[in-house]
Design a protein around this ligand. Structure first.
Ligand code: AMP
Ligand code: ZN
Length: 489
C-alpha cells in the first residue's frame, strides 16, 4: 500500500455515540472480538450479514497494515436468551428434538457455517474458540466477581449483583438503558424469585433435570450463563482491555452491557475501547429472525430455491449488494435490489477487465491519485463501503470515457489505478470475479452443455440428462435445478 494513503481511521464507537480516531492499544496490532453464532441451527442470511460486515472491517484493518488478532467465538453451551427474551438452552432443545448429543448439533451446524464462510468469501478469524472449551475460565471469572462483591450464590446458581455494582460503576453505559426502565420488561419475562434485584442476571445456572450438558463447579453441577463465555474468551485471547468488540445491534443489550459489567466486576477494567454494532438485515421492514419465521437460508438464495426470489444469485452478487449499504444501516433484501446489484457488479468487473487492455496515452487527463484517495477516504470514515462503491463507479465512468477517447490515461497511472481497484474489490470488499475461478472461459461451454441437458429433459430422455449431470459432478461441477432456471458452480 502507498503510505501517503494511510490516513487516520475513524470508527463509530457505540459507547460514546461518536466517531472517534482509532488508535490501537499496541502500536500496529489490533485485537478484535466478535460474538459468533449459536449453532443450534443453520445460520440465516441475517446472521451472515453481520459476519460479512465484520469480515469487511477485518479486511480493511489488514489492508491498512494492522496485524489483527480476530477472535470470533462459537456458542455451544449456556442458557441463552432467545429473541423473545426468554431463557432457553436452544442447543439442548435441538438435541432433544433430533435425539442426538448437543455437541453433535453444534458440529453439524458448524460444518454448514464454515461452508457458508467459504461460499461468501469470509476470511477465517485468527481463532474460533468455543464456550464448552472454556468452562474453567468462565468459572474462574465468576469466582473473581464473587470475591469482589459483585455476585452472589443462590440455590446452586450465581447471579450478578447489579445494585452492588452500581455503587462503583455505571450500569447501562453502552445501551443507554436506565435500570428503572428495565423493570417492567424483566419482571414479565423471567422467574425472579432467586434474584435479589430484578436486573440481576445469571452467571451460572444450576443444572435442570433435563439438561443434557452440565459441568461441575464450586456451586454444584450447572451451566454457564449466556454472557460469561464472551468475557472469558475475550480476556483469555485478547487481554483485559482490547481494541474492538463487535456484534449485531441486537446484542447491545443485555449481552454486551452485561459483558462490560462482568469485566469491570472481575478486573476493574472495561473490556473494549471501541464497541461496534452491525445493523440488521430486514425482510419487509422487520428484522430477519428465526422466531419470527421470516428468514431464509444463505444457501437457498444461491441455489435459487428460496420462495422469495424467482432465480438464483451468485454469492458475489449478494455480497456486493450488502456492501452497498453501510454496516450501521438496516438493509432490506428485495429481488429488485438484487437484480440491480447483479447489473452493477457486472459493470464493475467489465470495467476492470477493460482497464487491463485499455489504450494508454502520454498523459492522464484526470488525477488518478485523487481518484484512489477517494477509496481510502471512504473506508477510513467508519468503513463506509457504499461510498467506496460509489467512488469505484466514478472510476468505472472514467474508464468508459477513456475507451471512447474522451479521457486519457498514461501507462503508469493505468497500472496504479488497476492494481488499487483490484485490491479494493478483491481484498477489501472481498469480491471474487468469476474469472478468478476460471468460470469465464467455462461459461459458454456450460451454457451449451446445460442447453443440451434441457433438451434431453424436455424429450423425457432422463438417461442423457442424468449422464450429463453425473459427468459434470465427476468433473467437480454441481448443477442445481431452480424453479425458473438451472445454475451451476
Ligand atoms: P445468534 O446465532 O442468534 O447468536 O446470532 C449471531 C449473530 O447474528 C449476532 O451477532 C446477531 O446480532 C446477528 N443477527 C441476528 N439476526 C440478524 C439479522 N436479522 N440481521 C443481522 N444480524 C443478525
Ligand atoms: Zn458475545
Amino acid at each position: 500500500m502507498n503510505n501517503s494513503n494511510k490516513k487516520q481511521l475513524f470508527i463509530f464507537n457505540t459507547l460514546s455515540g461518536n466517531k472517534e480516531a482509532f488508535v490501537p492499544i499496541h502500536n500496529d496490532m489490533v485485537g478484535m472480538y466478535v460474538c459468533g453464532p449459536t449453532l443450534y441451527s443453520e445460520p440465516h442470511m441475517g446472521n451472515m450479514r453481520t459476519f460479512i460486515n465484520f469480515d469487511l472491517i477485518y479486511r480493511f484493518l489488514l489492508h491498512s497494515g494492522y496485524q489483527v488478532k480476530y477472535v470470533r467465538n462459537i456458542t455451544d453451551a449456556g442458557h441463552i436468551t432467545n429473541s423473545a427474551g426468554e431463557q432457553e438452552d436452544s442447543i439442548g432443545k435441538a438435541a432433544r428434538m433430533e435425539q442426538v448429543q448437543p455437541l453433535e448439533i453444534v458440529y453439524k451446524y458448524n460444518l454448514k457455517f464454515q461452508e457458508l464462510n467459504q461460499t461468501y468469501n469470509l476470511l477465517p478469524p485468527s481463532i474460533e474458540p468455543t464456550a464448552t472449551g472454556h468452562i474453567q475460565e468462565q468459572i474462574e471469572i465468576i469466582e473473581k466477581i464473587i470475591e469482589n462483591g459483585f455476585a452472589y450464590v443462590k440455590n446452586g446458581s450465581v447471579y450478578f449483583d447489579v445494585k452492588s455494582y452500581m455503587q462503583s460503576y455505571k450500569y447501562g453505559e453502552l445501551s443507554g438503558r436506565k435500570v428503572d426502565e428495565l423493570e417492567n420488561e424483566t419482571r414479565a419475562l423471567n422467574a425472579q424469585e432467586e434474584k435479589r434485584f430484578f436486573a440481576d442476571f445469571a452467571l451460572w445456572k444450576k443444572a435442570q433435570d433435563n439438561d443434557m450438558q452440565r459441568w461441575r463447579s464450586p456451586w454444584g453441577d450447572g451451566n454457564p450463563g449466556w454472557h460469561i463465555e464472551c468475557t472469558a474468551m475475550s480476556t483469555k485471547y485478547l487481554g483485559e482491555t482490547f481494541d474492538i468488540h463487535g456484534g449485531g445491534l441486537d446484542l447491545k443489550f443485555p449481552h454486551h452491557e452485561d459483558e462490560i459489567a462482568q469485566s469491570c466486576g472481575a478486573t476493574g477494567k472495561s473490556p473494549a475501547n471501541f464497541w461496534m454494532h452491525a445493523n440488521m438485515l430486514n425482510v419487509n421492514g422487520k428484522k430477519m429472525s428465526k422466531s419470527l419465521g421470516n428468514f431464509f437460508l444463505p444457501k437457498e438464495i444461491v441455489e435459487g430455491t428460496s420462495e422469495l426470489f424467482s432465480k438464483a444469485y451468485s454469492p458475489q452478487v449478494i455480497r456486493f449488494f450488502m456492501m452497498q449499504s453501510h454496516y450501521r444501516s438496516t438493509l432490506d433484501l428485495t429481488e429488485d435490489a438484487l437484480n440491480a446489484a447483479e447489473k452493477g457488479f457486472e459493470r464493475l468487473t467489465e470495467a476492470i477487465s477493460l482497464l487491463e487492455s485499455i489504450h494508454v496515452g502520454d498523459t492522464s487527463s484526470f488525477s488518478i491519485p485523487l481518484c484512489i484517495q477517494g477509496f481510502y477516504d471512504a473506508m477510513n470514515d467508519d468503513f463506509n463501503a457504499p461510498i467506496l462503491v460509489a467512488n469505484l463507479f466514478d472510476a468505472v465512468k472514467k474508464i468508459n470515457l477513456i475507451k471512447d477517447n474522451k479521457e486519457t490515461i498514461n501507462a503508469g497511472d493505468k497500472d496504479f489505478l488497476l492494481s488499487e481497484m483490484k485490491c479494493f474489490v478483491h481484498d477489501v470488499l472481498g469480491l471474487q470475479f468469476s474469472s478468478d475461478s476460471g468460470d469465464d472461459r467455462l461459461s459458454p461451454v456450460m451454457d451449451l452443455v446445460l442447453e443440451l441437458r434441457q433438451k434431453a429433459r424436455t424429450n423425457k430422455d432422463w438417461d442423457t440428462s442424468d449422464l450429463i449431470r453425473d459427468g459434470l459432478k465427476n468433473a467437480g461441477i454441481e448443477v442445481k435445478d431452480g424453479k425458473e432456471s438451472t445454475s451451476w458452480k
